[in-house]
Write a protein that binds this ligand. Structure first.
Ligand code: GLU
Length: 519
C-alpha cells in the first residue's frame, strides 16, 4: 500500500472551535500513526464566506492546538495549489470533460424558474429537486447558447435508473435510489465549482486515500461516488464523523454552548493536550482493554490508540465539566517546573499576546479582566520564580484551568486583602463574634509563629484550645482564620500557605480582617 494521505478541507471562515478540532484531529492522529501525510486544503469556492486572514488565523489555531500539516498553502507540497480558488482552471477542464463525455449538461434555468419549481413541489408535498428540464437540450444547441453568452450552470447527469451503494468507514453501507438524487450543480454561474465537483477532483488529484468529514456530507456521498466513477477514478475511503451537539442533545454545537473560539479556549488556560484529549473523546473511545479508567491520554497515546472503526455513529454531546476535568488532570500531570514554564508562556503568548482571529472575534467578558490581572501579577511572579513555584505548587492539584491562577494566588502577592460577606462563615457566629475571636487568638498565634517557624502541633493545640474556651466548634475558628488570612473559605492547607507568606503578612491580614468585620 502506498502512503496514507488525509486532508482537512475547511472553508476559510477563520473559525476554529471544538467541533472543527474534533473533525480534523483524526487526520492528524492517523497520519502520525501510519506515517502518512496530513494535508490542508482550503475550500474557498463559496466566496460569500471569506474572512480577511481567515486561512492564516485557522492555521495558527490548529497548530497551537498541535494539529500540524505536512502540505498546505503555508507549507507547499507537490500537489498544490492547496487553495481551491487558485485551481479554477483545473475544475473547468474537468467539468468540460464531463460535458464532452455526456455525463454533465449546461442548464439555463433562471433563478425565478427554480424558485417557482421549488414552491410548486413543496405545495404538492413532493421532494424539492431540479426536474431535469435542460437535461435533454441537444449538445450543439446548448453549446450555441453558451457561446452566445447566455447565463448557465453545469449540472451532473445523475443516472435515473437503479441505485447507488457506497461504503462508509463509520456508517457502513449507504444506499440511495438514483431517482431520488438531483442533478447536482457542478459549476456555478460565476465560474466557480461547487463543493461537489471540487472535492472529487481535488481528493483525486491530491492522492487522498482517506477522506474524513462531517456526517452532514453523508447525503452527498452517493453523488461523489458517481462522479468518481464518471471520471474513471478510484474514490478514497470515506468516513463521516457524527456531530457534536449542545449539552441538551438537541441542536448542533452552538456559539453559546461550547463552540467557543479556540483562541479563547487557549487563553483561558486549557492545555493543548487537554483540548486534543477532550475533542477526540467526543464520539470515540479506545477499546476497553486499552482504555484508561481516568480517560486521560497524551497526544502520543492518542496517536497509538485512535482508529476510525471505534467512532460512534451517534452524535456526541458537549460536556463542559468533562472538558474541565480533563484539563485539570493534564495540568496535574505536568511537573511543577513544567507548569511554571507553561504558565509564563500562556500568560505572555495567549493573554498578553494576540491571536490573528482576535480581529474578528467578539471578546468574551472575562478576557479584559484576565489581561489586567496578568499585567499586574506576571512581573511579580517572575520577580521571584522560586516563591511563585512554591505558591503555585499548593494550587497545582486544585485548578482546572490556568486562568484561575491569578485569583488563586492573589493573597500571596497582595499587601491588602478585601472581603465580601460570602467570604465568611457566619452561620454560627456573627461578624462581631468572629472579630473578637480573631482579636483574641492573634496574640496566641503571634507567640508561636513570630519567628516564622510554623509548628503544626502547636498551631492545632492553640486553635483547638481557644475554640474550646469559647465553646465553638473547632472548624468554625479554623474557618474564620482561613477567611481572614486568605480572603476566602477554601484554600490550600493554611500552614503551607503561611510558610510562603511569612508571619508578618499573616498577622497584617488578621488585623485587616478584624477591622473589616467590625465595620
Ligand atoms: N469544506 C467543507 C466544510 O467547510 C469540508 C468538506 C470536507 O471535509 O470534505 O464543511
Amino acid at each position: 500500500m502506498s502512503e496514507f494521505r488525509f486532508r482537512a478541507a475547511p472553508s476559510p471562515t477563520g473559525k476554529v472551535h471544538i467541533g472543527t478540532i474534533r473533525a480534523y484531529l483524526p487526520n492528524y492522529l492517523l497520519a502520525k500513526k501510519y506515517g502518512g501525510k496530513n494535508i490542508l486544503r482550503i475550500e474557498d469556492t463559496d466566496q460569500k464566506r471569506l474572512v480577511p486572514n481567515g486561512v492564516e488565523a485557522m492555521i495558527e489555531a490548529y497548530e497551537e492546538v498541535g494539529i500540524t500539516f505536512d502540505e498546505g498553502p503555508h507549507r507547499g507540497g507537490a500537489f498544490g495549489p492547496y487553495v481551491q480558488s487558485e485551481r479554477l482552471e483545473i475544475y473547468r477542464k474537468y467539468a468540460k470533460q464531463l460535458i464532452d463525455q455526456g455525463d454533465a449538461y449546461y442548464c439555463f434555468c433562471s433563478k425565478e424558474r427554480l424558485e417557482e419549481l421549488r414552491a410548486t413541489q413543496s405545495a404538492n408535498k413532493q421532494k424539492t429537486m431540479y426536474d431535469g428540464l435542460c437535461r435533454n437540450i441537444p449538445r450543439e444547441e446548448a453549446q450555441k447558447r453558451v457561446d452566445g453568452g447566455e447565463p448557465h450552470v453545469i449540472r451532473m447527469k445523475f443516472p435515473k435508473e437503479g441505485g447507488t451503494v457506497c461504503q462508509d468507514l463509520i456508517f457502513g453501507k449507504v444506499s440511495v435510489k438514483n431517482s431520488d438524487v438531483e442533478d447536482q450543480v457542478l459549476m456555478k454561474g460565476d465560474g466557480f465549482p461547487t463543493y461537489h465537483l471540487a472535492v472529487v477532483v481535488d481528493d483525486h488529484l491530491m492522492g487522498i486515500t482517506t477522506a474524513i468529514r462531517g456526517v452532514d456530507w453523508l447525503p452527498s456521498y452517493p453523488k461523489h461516488v458517481v462522479l468518481f466513477k464518471m471520471f474513471g477514478w478510484e474514490p478514497p475511503q470515506f468516513a463521516h464523523l457524527p456531530l457534536i451537539l449542545n449539552p441538551d442533545g438537541r441542536k448542533k454545537l452552538s456559539k453559546r454552548h461550547g463552540a467557543f473560539p479556540v483562541s479563547q479556549i487557549l487563553r483561558k488556560g486549557y492545555l493543548k493536550e487537554a483540548i486534543m484529549n477532550y475533542s477526540i473523546l467526543c464520539g470515540w473511545a479506545p477499546k476497553p482493554e486499552e482504555a484508561h479508567q481516568d480517560e486521560i491520554y497524551t497526544p502520543e497515546e492518542l496517536i497509538q490508540l485512535f482508529d476510525l472503526d471505534r467512532v460512534h455513529k451517534t452524535a456526541a454531546r458537549y460536556d463542559q465539566a468533562k472538558f474541565d476535568y480533563i484539563n485539570s488532570k493534564h495540568i496535574r500531570n505536568l511537573s511543577i517546573d513544567a507548569l511554571v514554564e507553561r504558565v509564563f508562556q500562556w500568560a505572555e503568548k495567549y493573554v498578553l499576546g494576540t491571536f490573528m482571529s482576535d480581529e474578528y472575534t467578539e471578546p468574551a467578558e472575562w478576557e479584559g479582566s484576565l489581561k489586567d490581572a496578568i499585567k499586574k501579577y506576571l512581573p511579580l511572579w517572575k520577580a521571584d520564580i522560586e516563591h511563585f513555584k512554591r505558591a503555585l505548587s499548593l494550587e497545582h492539584e486544585r485548578i482546572s484551568m490556568l486562568a484561575e491562577i491569578p485569583a488563586a494566588l492573589d493573597f500571596f502577592y497582595e499587601e491588602e486583602l478585601s472581603w465580601e460577606d460570602e467570604d465568611w462563615n457566619t452561620k454560627n457566629h456573627t461578624k462581631v463574634e468572629l472579630a473578637t475571636a480573631l482579636e483574641n487568638v492573634l496574640p496566641k498565634l503571634e507567640e508561636i509563629f513570630k519567628k516564622d517557624v510554623f509548628d503544626h502541633e502547636e498551631w492545632e493545640k492553640v486553635v483547638r484550645g481557644y475554640a474550646d474556651e469559647l465553646g465553638w466548634k473547632h472548624g468554625d475558628l479554623f474557618l474564620a482564620i482561613r477567611s481572614a488570612t486568605t480572603g476566602r473559605l477554601q484554600s490550600p492547607p493554611l500552614l503551607d500557605c503561611y510558610e510562603i507568606m511569612g508571619w508578618k503578612k499573616v498577622r497584617s491580614f488578621i488585623e485587616q480582617a478584624i477591622t473589616w468585620l467590625n465595620k
